[in-house]
Ligand binder design. Structure first.
Ligand code: URA
Length: 219
């Protein structure tokens, strides 16, 4: 699939997106329980002219789903925003709330699935249904050079977004692929609390991926 890099018509999913009935019902329940939370599709956050797009799985209940900004307010965000800051992709201080004044510079963050899934597990149909928003996000980024996929769901959905076959681009921690469209794809184990608590992903492993991305983008 050819990626057109100048699609200025990118639109986020609407607040009342009803494409996934299960996710919609879950969010409506949460709106009744927690009226002060975001409880809606979470828009991408960052620099539209970025060379790097970071793709997570889906909003976390107490994090992005509550605050309305990807990875903001939960464990995964603490690790991700620390790495983003360490590698020079942000200005300001991450304060775990969307009004913390943090600005991303050269990076954009989005999710493969924009709505909070029960148990953090979107089903295949939901991942497929949400993919057009990922495709639009990628197409809208005219300066994009690299993608960082966090976890297998993000990796697989991104490979499919490009019309490529998963068997040609298997997921693994710190795999790097030069895609036929000229973009370079990096994948990492997801920076979730579970993965870090079990040491499946250490800070060194995570930062190692960022080291390579930074070197690639500086060339
Ligand atoms: N928060 C997000 O926005 N995405 C994830 O994948 C995890 C937490």
């Amino acid at each position: 699939m050819t990626i057109i890099m100048n699609n200025a018509a990118f639109t986020e999913p609407p607040r009342n997106c009803a494409r996934c009935p299960r996710l919609r019902a879950f969010l409506l329940d949460l709106r009744a329980q927690y009226p002060d939370w975001h409880n809606a599709p979470v828009p991408s956050f960052g620099d539209p002219e970025a060379a790097l797009l970071i793709i997570g799985l889906a909003p976390g209940m107490q994090g992005a789903n509550r605050t309305g900004r990807p990875f903001t307010g939960d464990w995964a965000g603490d690790l991700l925003y620390a790495a983003i800051n360490e590698y020079g992709f942000s200005e300001g201080t991450y304060g775990a709330e969307p009004d913390d004044g943090l600005r991303l510079t050269g990076a954009m963050i989005t999710n493969a699935v924009r709505c909070l899934p029960p148990q953090n597990k979107p089903v295949g149909a939901e991942i497929n249904t949400c993919r057009p928003f990922l495709v639009d996000q990628i197409e809208a980024m005219r300066s994009l050079k690299a993608l960082l996929c966090l976890g297998k769901i993000s990796h697989d959905s991104t490979i499919r977004a490009f019309g490529l076959r998963l068997k040609d681009y298997p997921f693994g921690h710190h795999v790097i692929y030069d895609l036929p469209n000229g973009l370079r794809l990096y994948s990492s184990y997801h920076c979730s609390r579970y993965n870090t608590n079990t040491k499946r992903l250490t800070e060194d492993m995570f930062y190692g991926v960022f080291t390579d991305i930074r070197a690639y983008l500086k060339r």
